[in-house]
Design a protein around this ligand. Sequence first.
Ligand SMILES: [Zn+2]
Length: 307
Amino acid sequence: MPHVEILKDLYFVERGYLNGNHFVYRSNAPILIDTGYKAHFAETERAIAALGVNLSRTRLIVNTHTHSDHIGGNKIIQDKSGCDIALHQVGKHFIDTRDDWSTWWRYKRQEADFFECTLGLEDGDTVDIGPHEFRVIYTPGHASDGIVLYNEKGKVLISSDTLWENDVATVTVRIEGSTAPFRCLESLETIESLDVKVVYPGHGAAFMDFKGAVSRAEKKIRGYLAQPEKTGQDLLKRITVYTLLMHGEIPEDRLFDLFMEAHWFRETVDLYFGGDYRGKFDEVLGSFLRRGIVKQRNGCFYTMVKP
Ligand SMILES: [Zn+2]
């Protein structure tokens, strides 16, 4: 698993799509930023151990938001170490009240465990990752508890799912509300004026073209506002891949039923595509099969996307 030292003793671990990228501060009292997806914790653990970090000594986990691909290792690591866990105060509220709907876990049928959130963060707070000072910037839109972390000295932005290089993270208006795309735009505006040399996103490789990424993201969100069904189409595509990654393989004759059992699928098709469940399912899956993103083996579907 590739990892890069981004500031002294602070490592960026690049994962895939099911697991958010995460960060490890190596010391006798290690600090982690995000912890991947629960089902792949063994790999997360290996990546952290490879850096010579003892998880049972973890002092603090900072999460960029409560989605399952960013908090998956929290409970296991907290049980081992008794570490503090920090989230934006909105995310802290979701965790404190055991709200698995606002975190998307139940809505998208994702695996995740509650943990104890011991610290609530606010916009403008400073978080010390060893000697490195990061400013907390509240960036709702994709997630109502989303934050980015900015290190002014190194001009480093940990952008999580607020900013990716060439795409935008899913907008789920049935949970986040119909104004979510506007909040995405506001959050991009909030970070736009930062002086950034390198961006470490929640998914994908690090990149330098910060301004370009912001304007590409703004354009895509404006496209969502102009043609709402694009939001629905992207959501169907994303969560189809996500579901296949979560299960590894799914029997061909089971996949449609599995989708129909999930809130996200029916609601998305209802909202954007007039309730044509079978038609949308066949269309999305058919295009993935043609493009080689989804493949078939032993009567099962699986995806080629990196987990
Ligand atoms: Zn997310």
